[in-house]
Structures are given as C-alpha cells and as structure tokens.
Write a protein that binds this ligand. Structure first.
Ligand code: ATP
Length: 451
C-alpha cells in the first residue's frame, strides 16, 4: 500500500483538506453521493484521516437546472498526499460521472486549509437561496489558488465550492444511505412491514420515512440511481439501528452515513424582497391583500403585501393539508410564508411557490344579522332595503343593523405540505424546537461499509 511505503520513509506531514464535488449524475443514472462513496473508499486506501462525516449539502432547491435535490458533497480529511489524492479523485469523477455521456457537468475542488475562508462561507450562504454564476466561483478559485477540475461546462464547480463553504456548524441532521450494485435495476426490494415497523420504533429520532397521508414510502425511490434506501435522522448511531430493522430482498453493496443540512430549513432563513428575482428562496411576512382563489387543478392563489411591495403566492394541490389551510385565509390576515420565486411565464406573473405557511394573526370578519326588537326582545325580520327591519310580534320598526364576528375555520400556527411534497431542505414539524446548536464530534463507529 502507498501509505505504508510513505510511513517507512519517515514522519508524515499531514495537511487539512476539504474536497468539494457536484454535478456527476443525471436523471438516467449515477448519484453524486454514490460517487462520493467510491472516493471515500480510495481515500481510506491512502490512509486519510476523516475529520467529519461526509457532508451532504443541499443547495437552493429552486434552481431549475438541478437533477433532483440539488445535492453537493464535501469530504473533510487530513492527508500527506494531497496531490496524489486529488489525481485519484479526478480519475474517479472522470470514470464514473455521467459527463462521459454528455449528461453532467462535474466540478471537483480541493481546498488545502485548516480554516475555511470567509469568501467560501459567504458564497455558500448565498448558494442556498440565490443563483450563483460560475464566473464568480472561478474568480474565488483563482484568488485562493485552489486546485480544481471540471468536465463539460464545469457548472458543478458552483456546488463543489459551496459544499466546502458550509461546515454545518449549527443545526444539522444525518442520513444513512445504502446502495445496491450499479447494475441492479427494477423496484427496490424492501419488506413494507419492516419499513412501517422501523418508522414506528424510531419515530423520535428519524424523520420522513413515509408519508402517512399519501400512503407513500419515502426512504427509497424508483429512479435508475444506485440508492437502495436512505434513512434521515438526528443521530448517526441510531440510524444504523434503524437500518438494521429493514428486511431486504436484495443485497446491499455499500452504505455511508452523511452529515447534512437536510431537514433544517436553511434555505428559507433570509428575508425575501417582493421584488426578488426568479429562483430566489426565502421567507416573507405581510398581510393577505386579496382573498384566496382556488384555480384549476386545485391550486390556491393569494396575494400578500408588506411595506416593500406585493407578492403573488401559490400553494399547490400536492401540498395537501397546507393547500386546504391556505384556502381558508382571508384579506387582512397576518402571515409569514417561505418558498421560492417562480419565473414569470406566459400564463402567470412572478409567483412565490409556498413551502410553508405560518398564520400569525387572523383578521376579524363580521356577519350582518337581523336586530332584536328593542320593545319585546324578539328577532326582527327584514322589511326590504328601504324600510329596514320590522318586529313580527309588536310591529316595532328599526333601521339599526347588528353584526357578529364570524367564526374562522383557520387557527394561528405553522402549516407544512405532506412529507412527500416537502423539499429535502424543508424542516419537518417534528424537528421544530429540536435544532442542534453545537459543532459535532468527529465521525465514529462504522460510518462507511462495503458488503
Ligand atoms: P442529485 O441531487 O441527484 O445529486 P442535483 O439535483 O444535485 O442532483 P446536479 O446534477 O448536481 O443536480 O445539478 C445542479 C447544478 O446546479 C450543479 O451544477 C450545481 O453546481 C448548480 N448549482 C447548485 N446551486 C446553485 C446555485 N445556487 N446557483 C447556481 N447554480 C447552482
């Protein structure tokens, strides 16, 4: 082994390395997380010392050119063979990415530094909620003299650098992903009862295993990628226990545990300006300025206004219960919504695709009712627009209308889409109030296995 030879030659001078990777897959095959496992396998041969679990960083989910969930990867480790390691990783990207079929634009970035520079952090922050240009990334790479590699248009450099810049210092989650052999195809064979059992037994520390409202399994997909299943949760060790509860009808080829910003709602932290350009994500507070309208397909539309302007909002049918709640909004309600700006189209203007709805205060509405007779106390009846009201018992007349506050069917609170309509980054209800606020320890236990 190479590292053994090195050891014989004297003490090792280890350097801290952050390796970012993105855009290696397409809707027809591969998965950037799987490619990361191939790289980790090779890095372990080189005796690299991992400083963190592999980071699975989700970026702005409203970028239209993403393949699926806009994921990028960063591996953080120490090595004394920086250049050799980079060459190996570059070869793996070349050999396995979808770029060889012209279907991906990979980017690989290697930053050699103990600290992550502010420019990386700031760009990464913006990549969560805005659109970043490749030229901006290339400028930073040049400025810091960072070794990098690209294929195709090299758009993957954006995600690769952004992944390095997000060190997940605050809230984070974990995902254990198990893979099947690359050539495997057909539906994933996982016993359904074991999934329900695992979900029930691990409810307090895993999330979005299934969507009970839609009756859908969310730990596995139907795509041509090698992912067999992925379980998301709060603790890497408990995820291994959860995975062991599944009864599989086909072999696992490998598994790896990632640390991630999934389930943290990180992309919706920034305030959105009503004038924000298309594909920006964030949150905005304001008053409902027009009553909602349910359009074709069951989608609900309303507009919101604050001191900076007005914004049209859409809550789509697949969001299920959130759409039903949005339909109950009324003019004057004070709300906060989070989501992404959809580009203006031929049939619609710029619109916010709502990812969560928080009702802060409900406006009052009044219903007119017939007054009670001031003489005998009986309920009066209408005597036409001109005459007002008349008491049927003592014939007293009145022009005074009475109102009562109408009962609202909506309550203050947070409303989210069905789990199956949530983004990877969306913070599920059960994670609210459970955010982590400290840096994690180094990876421990069997976080990477080949079977
Ligand atoms: P998967 O989730 O299956 O790994 P994906 O959804 O991450 O795939 P990619 O194939 O990686 O999709 O394509 C996303 C592309 O968008 C990448 O090239 C990435 O660099 C780029 N990208 C990510 N975030 C931004 C952003 N904020 N601005 C501009 N480009 C971005």
């Amino acid at each position: 082994m190479l590292w053994k030879l090195k050891q014989l030659q004297g003490p090792r001078t280890m350097e801290t390395v952050h390796l970012g990777l993105d855009d290696t897959d397409s809707s027809e095959g591969m998965c950037t997380t799987y490619l990361a496992t191939l790289i980790v396998e090779r890095l372990l041969d080189y005796n690299c010392e991992f400083l963190d679990y592999p980071n699975l960083i989700r970026l702005n989910p409203n970028i239209p050119w993403k393949t699926r969930g806009n994921a990028a990867i960063c591996l953080r480790f120490r090595t004394d063979l920086v250049d050799a390691v980079f060459d190996e990783c570059r070869d793996i990207v070349s050999m396995y990415s979808e770029s060889k079929r012209g279907k991906a634009d990979p980017g690989l970035v290697l930053l050699k530094s103990h600290k992550i520079p502010g420019d990386f952090r700031r760009l990464s922050e913006r990549a969560l909620h805005t659109v970043i240009s490749r030229s901006e990334v290339v400028k930073i790479l040049k400025q810091y003299n960072v070794r990098h590699y690209q294929e195709g248009s090299g758009r993957g450099l954006i995600g690769a650098l952004s992944a390095i810049g997000n060190s997940l210092d605050k809230d984070h989650t974990y995902e254990l992903i198990a893979y099947r052999p690359l050539k495997a195809n057909g539906p994933r064979k996982i016993d359904l009862h074991s999934i329900f059992h695992m979900d029930e037994a691990t409810k307090s520390h895993t999330f979005n295993n299934l969507d009970p409202e839609e009756g859908r399994i969310l730990i596995s997909s139907h795509g041509p990628d090698p992912v067999l299943f992925g379980i998301r949760g709060e603790d890497p060790h408990l995820l291994k226990e959860a995975a062991s509860m599944l009864r599989l009808g086909e072999p696992k080829e490998r598994m790896m545990i990632f640390r991630s910003n999934q389930g943290t709602g990180e992309h919706l932290r920034e305030e959105l300006d009503p004038q924000a350009p298309a594909y920006n994500s964030g949150k905005i507070r304001g008053m409902v300025s027009e009553n909602p309208m349910t359009g074709r397909g069951g989608h609900v539309f309303f507009s919101l206004e604050n001191s900076k302007g007005a914004l049209n909002c859409a809550v789509y049918e697949p969001t299920g219960s959130m759409k039903k709640k949005a339909a109950l909004l009324q003019q004057g309600d004070s709300i906060e919504v989070g989501g992404g700006i959809r580009k203006k189209g031929n049939k619609h203007g710029k619109i916010l695709n709502v990812e969560y709805l928080k009702v802060l205060a409900l406006s009052k509405s009044f219903i007119q009712r017939n007054p009670l007779c001031s003489n005998c106390g009986k309920k009066m009846t209408s005597d036409g627009y001109v005459n007002g009201f008349k008491c049927g018992s003592c014939k007293t007349r009145s022009r005074r209308v009475q109102f009562r506050v109408s009962r609202r069917m909506l309550k203050r609170g947070l409303y989210l889409p069905h789990p199956s309509a949530q983004r990877h980054l969306s913070k599920p209800l059960q994670r609210h109030g459970r955010e982590k606020d400290r840096e994690p320890a180094r990876p421990s236990g069997m976080w990477f296995e080949i079977f």
